[in-house]
Ligand binder design. Structure first.
Ligand code: CA
Length: 224
């Protein structure tokens, strides 16, 4: 997996490059928009991390150029602009996700992992350990037991199961499940996770949902 980081601030570019490399990705760095566009035409990237404030052109301009290509990788925008307007503009220009500076690296990594697995086929039935989820019939079972979930609980569980083993931040869960900007209301996720645990984990010896300190939650089961 090869990631292009487009960022003019050397400190941030280094920190992202090092972090992503130690997470196992190949990383190229472009310090301005022109270099970024050249690199995108010369190599195949699996993802692009794009800063909006570049010295030679607006990051949105770069995004436009990238999107002109037939096959264009997912783009995660980085920006100091926290305005909802900019966020919307970025997504309208075809960005796949948006992160406001300053951000924690773990948050960026979690989002990158989700974007990188997009485009892979999505199975209709998910299973992790003895937990099974049928996305079409919207049925959940653990072992022989049927589990009734409220719609939001189901969506959170499906999202966690589709990203098995990948920590998802509270913000990601909120954005995925509520389809709107719930910034600052991420506590709602903890409430729903508590409900989910009481239904799928509490009475079973093996717990599938784990809390990841400083990030959010991950769902996984040991390989049998
Ligand atoms: Ca910048």
């Amino acid at each position: 997996m090869r990631i292009l980081v487009v960022e003019d601030e050397k400190r941030i570019a280094d920190f992202l490059g090092r972090g992503l490399e130690s997470a196992g990705y190949a990383v190229d760095v472009a310090n301005d928009g022109t270099t970024a566009i050249e690199l995108v035409h010369a190599a195949n990237y699996d993802m692009i991390v794009l800063d909006l404030g570049l010295p030679d052109m607006d990051g949105l301009k770069v995004l436009e150029k990238i999107r002109l290509r037939k096959v264009s990788p997912p783009v995660l925008i980085l920006s100091a602009r926290s305005d909802v307007d900019d966020r919307v503009k970025g997504l309208e220009h075809g960005a796949d996700d948006y992160l406001v500076k300053p951000f924690a690296f773990v948050e960026l990594l979690a989002r990158a992992r989700v974007l990188l697995r997009r485009g892979q086929p999505t199975p209709e039935k998910l299973s992790v350990g003895d937990l099974q989820l049928d996305c079409i019939r919207r049925k959940v079972t653990r072992g022989a037991e049927n589990i009734e979930l409220a719609p939001k609980e189901f969506s959170i569980l499906e999202y966690l199961m589709r990203n098995r083993g990948r920590p998802l931040s509270r913000t990601m869960i909120v954005e995925h499940v509520w389809d709107m900007d719930y910034d600052g209301l991420t506590n709602i996720v903890d409430v729903y996770i508590r409900h989910l645990r009481s239904k799928i984990d509490d009475k079973f010896p093996e717990k599938l949902i784990q809390t990841v300190r400083g990030i959010g939650y991950v769902l996984d089961a040991p390989e049998k």
